[in-house]
Each structure stands twice: as structure tokens, then as C-alpha cells.
Design a protein around this ligand. Structure first.
Ligand SMILES: Cc1cc2nc3c(=O)[nH]c(=O)nc-3n(C[C@H](O)[C@H](O)[C@H](O)COP(=O)(O)O)c2cc1C
Length: 330
């Protein structure tokens, strides 16, 4: 079994991966948040920094690319090969309108013939292996039947499946029935990505899909950083004192990483608020905590308030904890 850390743009960049892996374990490999193919042939240093292998030693990273221009794709793949990467992941899942409108991300899924043409051009020239992260379709999960025919015709390292469609964004029921009907036809190694928010959910998916050995965890790692370790160990831990302390270490270390990277107070505060829209789930009164944090406009007050939260507030039950971001009604 392999456990992957999902790409979550804005969250699972190198700062989080470094901080998390200092205190937690269980993840074998991460897929980076996407690197967009630039208008010109270039590789921005911020993207390079995120995937450079000697900075990603505790959790090896597979770079992910978003775009459909084969020449730029190959340019980027060649640069990544020079850095020592052996695999590149192609994002065919991003649901954002601005992305999908240009047939990028999940916006390419309704066009299987165009997908085939791109792979025809790409695969023979690609210097490293390709894996694909896909949804079941953009408008309907029925699109997956045709997509599988295309995927099956090419040598892929693996197929990472997030069983939603593009129009759902990240919410709503996953289309597991549609996956049940199609999974037997897929020739590639499958990695499952979607809504593994607690140990029970993982167990039930494992029972449903005995042919899947590799699992990708995203928001579930933000809302329960212990989850990969528990899945690997096959059991949940209940040592409340230690759990509380380790979560606090993660929060502090992540703050240091973010402060060192961003340097300006306001953006540091905003980035910490983004993380806490998931981290607040660690506590029983998650929404009240996050609503207080969201109103703060000073990073020292923010950190001070959280010290109090860690000292005084009860932790929520890890099992059954949602992996959804807290969104406040403004
Ligand atoms: C805020 C956010 C950013 C995401 N960014 C990416 C991305 O850059 N590339 C990608 O393939 N998927 C991205 N995803 C999708 C996740 O990788 C994952 O497939 C999805 O969230 C379902 O898994 P989860 O429930 O375990 O999070 C993103 C999801 C969220 C919520």
C-alpha cells in the first residue's frame, strides 16, 4: 500500500509538507499543487522551489502540471528530469471555470479525442513517466467510459481518480456507483482520491475496492494530521494530551515556515487563517473558534488566542470529523 498526500493548491505546498513531516508520518509520496504551463517557455522559481528534490527529502514529491500544450509540457518535463524527477503528474481534475473554459484540467474531459491527440504527441517525446489525475468527467460521469478507452491505450504510471465531475467542484456526493461500473475496465494502477476524512471511511472504501492499493489523502490530512499514521497502523490513537501537543507543534512550525516565506504580516495572517479554516475542525467548537480567528487583524493576537484555544478548548472526535473547510456567512 502507498499513501499519497493530495495536491491542495494554497495548502500542501512545501511549507506544509515540511512542517507536517516533522511531527507526523504515514505519507509515502506527495503530488505537488499544479504548476501551470506558462505562456512562454519558462519555469518560475516559486514552482521550482516547491518541487526541488533536495528540499523534499522527508516526503518525495511528484510535480503536477496543468495545461494542454504538448511542446511546453515537454519543455517542463525535461527541466524536471534534469532536477532528478522520474514521474510527472498531469492535472485533468481542476474544476475552476477560468481553467476549464480553456479545456485545461477537468475542462478537457468532455473531449476524449483531443485528449488522445495530446497523448499521441506527448508520450513518445516525454523523457519521464506520466501519471494522470482525473475526475470521472466534466458534465457527467458517463464521460468516463470514453476516457478509460483513451487512458488504456497509453502507458501511464498510474491513474489517480477523484470520482466527482468538474461541475461539482469539491463538494457533493462522489459518483461511486459510476466508478463501480467502470473500474473493472481500467488497465492502470489506480490511486483513489476523495473524502477520506477518517479511518472508517478509508476502511469502507478499501472493502468496496479491494483492487485498489494506493490511496490519496487531501483535506483529511488538514482536519486530522494523524490520519495517514492511523491508516498505516490499522488503529486509532486516543492519547488526548499527546495529540493536543503534537497538533500545537504543527501549528507553530507551520507558522514559522509561512513567516519565513511570506515575510509581510498581513499576508502571513491571511495564510494562517486559510489553514485554520480546516484546522479549527480539530476542536469541538470549530466554527466559533474560526469565526473569532477570521475577525482578527493582528498576527500576535491571532497566535495568542490560539495558545488559549490549545490550553482550554476540548478536541473534537477524530472519527466522523468532516474534512470540509469552514466558510463563514459574511
Ligand atoms: C483547496 C483545494 C485545492 C486543490 N488543488 C488541487 C491541485 O492543485 N491539483 C489537483 O490535482 N487537485 C487539487 N485539488 C483536489 C484534491 O487533490 C483532491 O483530489 C480532492 O480535494 C478530493 O480529495 P480530499 O477529499 O481527500 O481532499 C484541490 C482541492 C482543494 C479542496
Amino acid at each position: 500500500m502507498k499513501l499519497y498526500l493530495a495536491p491542495l493548491q494554497g495548502y500542501t505546498e512545501i511549507e506544509f509538507r515540511r512542517a507536517w513531516s516533522q511531527f507526523f508520518s504515514g505519507i509515502d509520496v506527495a503530488v505537488s499543487p499544479f504548476i501551470p504551463l506558462a505562456k512562454s517557455f519558462r519555469f518560475r522559481s516559486k514552482h521550482l522551489q516547491d518541487v526541488i528534490p533536495n528540499q523534499n527529502t522527508r516526503i518525495p514529491v511528484i510535480p503536477q502540471v496543468l495545461g494542454i500544450d504538448p511542446e511546453k509540457f515537454i519543455f517542463l518535463a525535461t527541466r524536471l528530469e534534469d532536477l532528478g524527477h522520474q514521474t510527472l503528474n498531469w492535472n485533468l481534475g481542476c474544476p475552476k471555470k477560468t481553467v476549464a473554459r480553456k479545456k485545461r484540467g477537468s475542462g478537457l474531459l468532455p473531449y476524449p479525442e483531443q485528449l488522445r491527440n495530446i497523448l499521441d504527441e506527448l508520450i513518445p517525446k516525454l523523457p519521464i513517466k506520466l501519471s494522470i489525475k482525473t475526475r470521472l468527467g466534466f458534465n457527467s460521469p458517463d464521460e468516463f467510459f470514453k476516457l478509460i478507452e483513451v487512458y488504456n491505450d497509453f502507458p501511464l504510471d498510474s491513474l489517480i481518480i477523484h470520482p466527482r465531475i468538474g461541475t461539482q467542484m469539491y463538494d457533493g456526493e462522489m459518483h461511486l456507483k459510476a466508478l463501480d461500473q467502470t473500474i473493472g475496465q481500467i488497465k492502470h494502477k489506480i490511486v483513489f482520491s476523495g473524502d477520506i476524512s477518517d479511518y472508517k471511511t478509508y476502511e469502507s472504501l478499501k472493502t468496496r475496492y479491494p483492487q485498489i492499493d494506493d490511496w490519496m489523502l487531501g483535506r483529511g490530512v488538514l482536519t486530522n494530521p494523524f490520519l495517514p499514521k492511523w491508516i498505516r497502523a490499522g488503529k486509532i490513537e486516543n492519547n488526548e494530551g499527546q495529540i493536543r501537543q503534537t497538533l500545537y507543534h504543527l501549528h507553530e512550525e507551520l507558522f514559522c515556515e509561512i513567516r519565513d516565506k511570506i515575510k509581510r504580516e498581513r499576508p502571513i495572517l491571511n495564510k494562517m487563517k486559510d489553514f485554520w479554516s480546516y484546522f479549527a475542525r480539530w476542536f469541538k467548537n470549530d466554527e466559533a473558534i474560526f469565526s473569532t480567528l477570521a475577525r482578527m487583524d493582528n498576527i500576535d493576537d491571532f497566535m495568542e488566542y490560539l495558545k488559549k484555544v490549545f490550553n482550554e478548548h476540548p478536541l473534537s472526535q477524530a472519527e466522523g470529523r468532516t474534512n470540509r473547510q469552514i466558510k463563514l456567512n459574511k
